[in-house]
Design a binder for this molecule. Structure first.
Ligand SMILES: [Zn+2]
Length: 242
C-alpha cells in the first residue's frame, strides 16, 4: 500500500515546487540572451573576415603588379646605363650608330617614365584599400572584445543559475526524506512525461493539475476512501491532494 497521508502529500507538493524551480532555472540557462548575442556577433565577425580576406587579395594583387613594374624599371635602368656606356664609351664612332643609340636611350627612358607612372597609379589604388583594411581590422577587434564581454557575462549568469539549481536539489533531497518511497516513485513516474503535473489539489470537483471537473460519482468515491489512500486524477493521472 502506498501510504499517501495528508502530511506526505503536503511534502510532495513542496517537492514538486522544487522540481518546477529546477526546471525553470534549467530553462533560463538555455534561454540566456547572451548566447544569441554571441552568435549574432560571430556572424558579423565572419562577414567582416570575408571582407578582410577579399581586401587582402586585392592588396596582394596590387603588390604583385607593383613588383612586376618595379622589376621592369630595374631592367630598363640596366639597359639605359648599358646603352649610355656604349654612347659615351668611345668605341662607337659612326654618327648613325650614335644617333641610333641616342634614340634607343630616349625610347627606353620614355618607357621607364610610363612604367613609373603605372607604379604610382597602383600605389594610389592601394591607399583606400589600406585605409579600409584598417577600419575592418578595428571593427573585427571591437567585435572580439564584445564577444569576450558577453562570454564573461554568460558564464556568470550560468554560474548563478547552476548554484540555484544545486541548492534547489539539496532542498528537494531534504524534503523527500520524509516522503514514503513508493509515493515518491509514483510521483516521479508521472513527472517523467514532460510537462506533466505530478501532484495537485482537488478543489471541490476540480483537479488543479488539469483544471477539469471530475464526475460527481468519482468525487463521491474518493471522499469515501481512507485518508491515506493514493488517489489519481482519472483525467491527467496526477496524484490528488484531498
Ligand atoms: Zn487532473
Amino acid at each position: 500500500m502506498t501510504s499517501a497521508t495528508p502530511d506526505a502529500l503536503e511534502l510532495l507538493l513542496l517537492v514538486q515546487e522544487k522540481d518546477n524551480q529546477i526546471l525553470a532555472f534549467q530553462h533560463q540557462i538555455k534561454q540566456l540572451p547572451e548566447r544569441n548575442q554571441i552568435e549574432l556577433r560571430r556572424g558579423e565577425q565572419e562577414e567582416l573576415q570575408q571582407r578582410i580576406n577579399s581586401n587582402q587579395s586585392e592588396l596582394h594583387e596590387n603588390e604583385r603588379t607593383q613588383k612586376r613594374l618595379e622589376d621592369e624599371v630595374a631592367i630598363l635602368e640596366d639597359r639605359i646605363s648599358g646603352q649610355q656606356n656604349k654612347l659615351y664609351g668611345g668605341e662607337v664612332k659612326a654618327i648613325k650608330e650614335l644617333q641610333a643609340l641616342e634614340a634607343d636611350i630616349e625610347g627606353l627612358k620614355e618607357r621607364q617614365t610610363l612604367v613609373e607612372d603605372q607604379i604610382i597609379e597602383v600605389m594610389e589604388l592601394n591607399e583606400p584599400v589600406i585605409e579600409q583594411m584598417q577600419a575592418l581590422d578595428n571593427a573585427h577587434t571591437g567585435i572580439e572584445t564584445d564577444i569576450a564581454t558577453l562570454q564573461e557575462s554568460l558564464s556568470q549568469a550560468e554560474q548563478t543559475l547552476d548554484d540555484l539549481i544545486r541548492s534547489s536539489k539539496i532542498e528537494r533531497q531534504n524534503l523527500t526524506e520524509d516522503v514514503p518511497n513508493q509515493l515518491l516513485e509514483s510521483y516521479e513516474t508521472i513527472r517523467k512525461q514532460p510537462g506533466r503535473v505530478g501532484i495537485a489539489p482537488l478543489a471541490g470537483m476540480t483537479c488543479r493539475g488539469c483544471h477539469l471537473d471530475l464526475p460527481a460519482v468519482e468525487v463521491d468515491r474518493i471522499k469515501k476512501l481512507p485518508n491515506d489512500s493514493l488517489v489519481n486524477c482519472e483525467e491527467c493521472g496526477c496524484i490528488l491532494v484531498r
